[in-house]
Design a protein around this ligand. Sequence first.
Ligand SMILES: NC(=O)c1ccc[n+]([C@@H]2O[C@H](COP(=O)([O-])OP(=O)(O)OC[C@H]3O[C@@H](n4cnc5c(N)ncnc54)[C@H](OP(=O)(O)O)[C@@H]3O)[C@@H](O)[C@H]2O)c1
Length: 250
Amino acid sequence: MCDNKLFEGKTALITGASKRIGRAIALGLACEGANVVVHYRASKAEAEQLAAEIRALGPNAWTIQADLSVLDEIDQLIDRACDIAGPLHILVNNASAFPRNTLDNLTFDALIDSIKTDAWAPFALSRSFAAKPGAQHIVNLLDTRIYSSYDFSHVAYLSAKHLLGLFTKMLAIKLAPEIAVNAVAPGLILPPEGKGMDYLESLKDELPLKRIGNPQQVADAVLYLVSSEFITGQVIFVDGGRHLNEVSRG
Ligand SMILES: NC(=O)c1ccc[n+]([C@@H]2O[C@H](COP(=O)([O-])OP(=O)(O)OC[C@H]3O[C@@H](n4cnc5c(N)ncnc54)[C@H](OP(=O)(O)O)[C@@H]3O)[C@@H](O)[C@H]2O)c1
């Protein structure tokens, strides 16, 4: 059981919440008293397990399935979440796809797929969320590389995250003063599918702080943003200083 209850009476929808960073964010918010709608696409068992863990902490929790590469499912998700959980106060756009593509083999369809899941879905969910009573905070998960370097192996993903960074700033202006819109840009936190922690360990010496991070540190940044009433349009880098790399190498 957790003692502090910063978000008692609030309800958060977190996309892609069943595992990894999304799970840490969900548990972090729940530890502070928030009820949580755990969105998942394929990880049903993990989502239900997480919802049970959250209920054991005290708050309520529900699971909701949607494929955020399908436009109709994006359009319906906020209404469906409100139907099961009541008014939503916090939206965390965490779900993301990480397909491999290079400048040589990138196709238009692959670019659109990434834009759908990693930029359009967060944008459209934010717009629907903002139209409902109770909406207060949106946090988008970006990637530190949109500020410091290029990832030539995940061109569509990185392009979509750039767009989400732009949406974050524009929505911060458009949705003020009722709603704060911020972002967290993680760096080396968890390895992508098919790679182990040794992959991240091999990269850590390139970072100013020379260590990798963890999901709790990302969750802490999200919690800080949604607990503030005076921050909007901000990006917190949880990246060991990676976004400074171009400067530090200069
Ligand atoms: N991991 C890192 O070190 C790192 C670094 C930089 C940025 N980030 C960003 O931080 C966030 C969390 O990272 P992560 O590594 O924990 O994410 P992840 O494991 O790659 O993905 C999170 C969830 O997104 C969901 N998802 C993927 N495609 C979807 C779709 N079409 N519709 C609905 N849900 C979909 C999946 O849900 P299901 O399992 O239910 O299918 C998945 O569990 C992401 O936005 C990521 O880009 C992470």
